[in-house]
Design a protein around this ligand. Structure first.
Ligand SMILES: [Zn+2]
Length: 189
């Protein structure tokens, strides 16, 4: 039996036998038959005699340098916690419900006395992945396109707009001014 490279297979489909190939990622050995464990494309490495199945629908894994969107869930003295929603340039869902954190030193270029001058709970942010340790993702918002994209007034919960002043937002309703690390992509509406 031989199977074509790139052929789309379903979980449980027989794609080879162990006399022919070593079972690779996305496959399992079923009494000498190599079967697919996932829905995906067959990949055959003829040199190493390994057959694998690669799922294109596989969720995206974050890596250092990726730009993500998320929401601030908590502000601690040293770090702001972020629920990471998605990657900026990749529509695929993320592999894990990643939690990120922005350390106070990674929030903006110049010295920041307190993190609440950069973020508040509920803010939508754009951030860059600076370090990954297991499921923990360290984020940074130093770049000018990173920072708060959308924020609500802490007094009346209406949305805020940018002002003439850098890193300042003003409430659309009650005119309260608040400080944030504002992204140059902030959404005014
Ligand atoms: Zn307000």
């Amino acid at each position: 039996m031989s199977i074509e490279d790139e052929k789309i297979v379903m979980p449980g489909d027989k794609i080879g036998i162990i006399e022919q190939y070593l079972p690779g990622d996305g496959t399992f050995d079923d009494n000498g038959d190599i079967k697919s464990a996932v829905l995906g494309n067959v990949k055959i490495n003829q040199k190493k005699k390994v057959i694998s199945v690669v799922s294109d629908a596989k969720p995206a894994l974050l890596k250092v340098g990726d730009i993500v969107y998320g929401q601030i869930t908590d502000i601690k003295p040293q770090r702001a916690n972020v629920k990471i929603d998605c990657m900026k340039d990749n529509g695929r869902p993320l592999a894990l419900p990643y939690m990120g954190a922005i350390h106070i030193s990674q929030a903006k270029k110049d010295y920041l006395e307190k993190l609440s001058d950069a973020f508040r709970i509920g803010d939508i942010v754009q951030a860059k992945v600076v370090k990954i340790t297991g499921d923990n993702v360290d984020l940074g918002t130093v770049d000018e396109d990173c920072g708060v994209l959308k924020a609500m007034c802490t007094r009346c919960r209406d949305y805020m707009h940018t002002t003439q002043k850098e890193n300042e937002l003003q409430c659309n309703t009650c005119n309260k001014k608040e400080r944030r690390k504002v992204s140059k992509n902030y959404v005014n509406d």
